[in-house]
Write a protein that binds this ligand. Sequence first.
Ligand SMILES: *[C@@H]1O[C@H](CO)[C@@H](O)[C@H](O)[C@H]1NC(C)=O
Ligand SMILES: *[C@@H]1O[C@H](CO)[C@@H](O)[C@H](O)[C@H]1NC(C)=O
Ligand SMILES: *[C@@H]1O[C@H](CO)[C@@H](O)[C@H](O)[C@H]1NC(C)=O
Ligand SMILES: *[C@@H]1O[C@H](CO)[C@@H](O)[C@H](O)[C@H]1NC(C)=O
Ligand SMILES: *[C@@H]1O[C@H](CO)[C@@H](O)[C@H](O)[C@H]1NC(C)=O
Ligand SMILES: *[C@@H]1O[C@H](CO)[C@@H](O)[C@H](O)[C@H]1NC(C)=O
Ligand SMILES: *[C@@H]1O[C@H](CO)[C@@H](O)[C@H](O)[C@H]1NC(C)=O
Ligand SMILES: *[C@@H]1O[C@H](CO)[C@@H](O)[C@H](O)[C@H]1NC(C)=O
Ligand SMILES: *[C@@H]1O[C@H](CO)[C@@H](O)[C@H](O)[C@H]1NC(C)=O
Ligand SMILES: *[C@@H]1O[C@H](CO)[C@@H](O)[C@H](O)[C@H]1NC(C)=O
Ligand SMILES: *[C@@H]1O[C@H](CO)[C@@H](O)[C@H](O)[C@H]1NC(C)=O
Ligand SMILES: *[C@@H]1O[C@H](CO)[C@@H](O)[C@H](O)[C@H]1NC(C)=O
Length: 533
Amino acid sequence: MRTSIACQVLVQASLLTIASSSPAPTAFARDNVAPPNPVITASPVERHPSPVVGRNILSDVDSDVDSVLSGLGSDVPSWVASGVPNFFQGFPTGDAVVSSLGLDSSELAAVPTNVLNIDPYANWTSSGWNVRFHGNVYKQPNTSVSDLNKLADVFLVNTSISDLPESQQDQARNLTAEIYVVQQPHVAVNTIHLEPAPSQGSSGQPGGGGSSNTTGGTQDITLPYNTTVEGDFDTFVPIHSNGLTAGNETSAIQRLNTHVEGATIGNSTAYLVPPTGLTIVSDIDDILRVTKIYEPKQGLLNSFARPFTPWENMPDIYRNWSTSLPNMHFHYLTTTPEQITRNYMQFIYANYPGGSFDTRPLNFSDVSATLSIRKFLLQKVFETFPERKFILIADTSNSDVMRDYPEMATEFPGQVQCIFLRNTSATDPGDKFPYNTSGFKNLKQSMYMFFLHPDDLTNLDIANGQCYNQSIAQNLTFGYQGLPHGLGDKPTAVNGSANHTGVASGLSTGGSAGVQSLMALVAALSTAAFMFL
Ligand SMILES: *[C@@H]1O[C@H](CO)[C@@H](O)[C@H](O)[C@H]1NC(C)=O
Ligand SMILES: *[C@@H]1O[C@H](CO)[C@@H](O)[C@H](O)[C@H]1NC(C)=O
Ligand SMILES: *[C@@H]1O[C@H](CO)[C@@H](O)[C@H](O)[C@H]1NC(C)=O
Ligand SMILES: *[C@@H]1O[C@H](CO)[C@@H](O)[C@H](O)[C@H]1NC(C)=O
Ligand SMILES: *[C@@H]1O[C@H](CO)[C@@H](O)[C@H](O)[C@H]1NC(C)=O
Ligand SMILES: *[C@@H]1O[C@H](CO)[C@@H](O)[C@H](O)[C@H]1NC(C)=O
Ligand SMILES: *[C@@H]1O[C@H](CO)[C@@H](O)[C@H](O)[C@H]1NC(C)=O
Ligand SMILES: *[C@@H]1O[C@H](CO)[C@@H](O)[C@H](O)[C@H]1NC(C)=O
Ligand SMILES: *[C@@H]1O[C@H](CO)[C@@H](O)[C@H](O)[C@H]1NC(C)=O
Ligand SMILES: *[C@@H]1O[C@H](CO)[C@@H](O)[C@H](O)[C@H]1NC(C)=O
Ligand SMILES: *[C@@H]1O[C@H](CO)[C@@H](O)[C@H](O)[C@H]1NC(C)=O
Ligand SMILES: *[C@@H]1O[C@H](CO)[C@@H](O)[C@H](O)[C@H]1NC(C)=O
């Protein structure tokens, strides 16, 4: 998921108070006269924040772009130029939450400890199955409904929680409560109980390993390290076999239930994935669910208030893959912040095949880390399964995806089987974000496809590397698409046609219309940031 500085600003505002007698954030949210420049702030928990890098990824295209941007005014935020609107950036953590909620230490001590136990994957090694446990230890204070309403209003831009239907109010409060948690640093993660998971039941989809029966594996383990300063844990632990099937003797995925003692909601499923086979690595926002994060107001409502909704018939595509390729492993890799992971997991497990999960850990919270987390997580899963082949799926509005997915194909030769990218700007006029296709220049077409609708993914033979549906026009120009002055129309490659009308482009960018759409983008995003103050 993309993220916006808007929320950094928002956090500054929201941290100010609730507990104090100063007005609630909403009271001053809309009364500012001049929009201040969005300010990139460090995560409150980061003691020595790394410098924020306003990387201008447009500069490698054409220096004209820089002059276009500067011509729009000196207050164009660097993060617009960097192509990453940092939407969910800098949520409050730890002490900042304690002080903003006005908690004292005895109140906090009385709150039960909880564990976000993110569904892990495990690889097969010479010492047996090796499980990557990762998650966070935290306390979720019992914040009153009225305080949650005030805090939620800050997230909802021009909407007040009282204007939403009751169910949406509930979701907005739940999400806000999940963000306002107090992470627990330097504590042990004691006694994770493992036991075989029954074959996946009626909720969600079968497959993703859910169709095989696991026997064995029952045991209790303690993680070798205490939590980090942010309350996170992320470590591989070799487990005892205790009756599990060896990874070199099966191609099926085995599943273990994992339960952290004392945590009421700390259950997850560990996926024991054999060394060879196919793994889907799938992003979630705007590919598995409707987010429209590129339209700030819609993105906020779709994330904070409205029920998560699958994108078109994408669940059918995944269902077909998980049943027709029963040993396929599904790994959901999104850069949404860790605090709201549980909502993403619930949505996925209700609509898509079961699978392991990765979200953005708390130590990747500044802007430059936000730009690097996807690559870090991709490298980790590729290195853990050096003999498996990967199918990478996302949409074109993530600049990190556009860079990282094709890079995986060159950095891990032979491990990328397919790359599928939904072109959000081709079907959604609200997506005015430029995107860069130049990473695909040296990949063969049979390996990747830009597509418009889930049905474009039917009838492929992905097991044999046939990932391109001939009937989906690509008309690919390798370079930036959707820039002002039609700059993206300049072909930078020999093997793409200089055409801007296919699935790979989708944004009409003639002359001043392009400038206007970029200005509209800048205005919309600046407004969103402004609204938080
Ligand atoms: C599987 O791996 C284990 C441990 O490395 C080894 O002892 C066993 O012989 C292997 N089995 C097969 C079928 O290769
Ligand atoms: C949370 O607070 C409300 C009142 O503010 C109270 O009714 C409820 O019992 C509390 N819940 C817990 C788990 O302490
Ligand atoms: C909000 O959280 C409560 C308690 O966990 C749960 O019962 C309820 O279903 C949630 N509501 C929504 C809309 O997610
Ligand atoms: C780890 O946490 C436990 C309590 O959870 C504590 O007793 C122990 O001292 C901690 N160890 C380190 C190295 O911080
Ligand atoms: C799993 O076990 C159930 C009940 O014992 C059985 O019906 C099913 O066929 C088994 N599935 C596999 C893949 O072995
Ligand atoms: C974040 O923590 C992980 C281990 O949990 C570590 O491997 C990684 O290098 C850290 N990244 C940053 C940016 O600090
Ligand atoms: C979590 O797992 C434990 C142990 O298997 C079980 O007793 C508990 O009911 C589970 N909790 C949930 C919410 O499923
Ligand atoms: C919020 O409302 C203001 C004033 O009505 C409007 O100008 C602005 O575009 C709105 N912002 C969003 C993100 O809808
Ligand atoms: C298992 O995963 C670990 C952690 O990524 C990696 O270092 C190791 O090489 C992997 N083992 C095998 C046999 O692939
Ligand atoms: C379902 O998946 C299989 C295997 O990938 C493929 O051959 C088949 O065409 C797919 N069916 C549809 C309707 O996409
Ligand atoms: C671009 O596509 C349009 C529509 O298919 C076609 O008429 C035009 O000739 C193409 N231009 C180039 C340079 O290939
Ligand atoms: C893509 O280009 C081909 C010719 O190369 C043309 O027939 C087709 O209409 C174009 N597709 C779109 C969507 O413009």
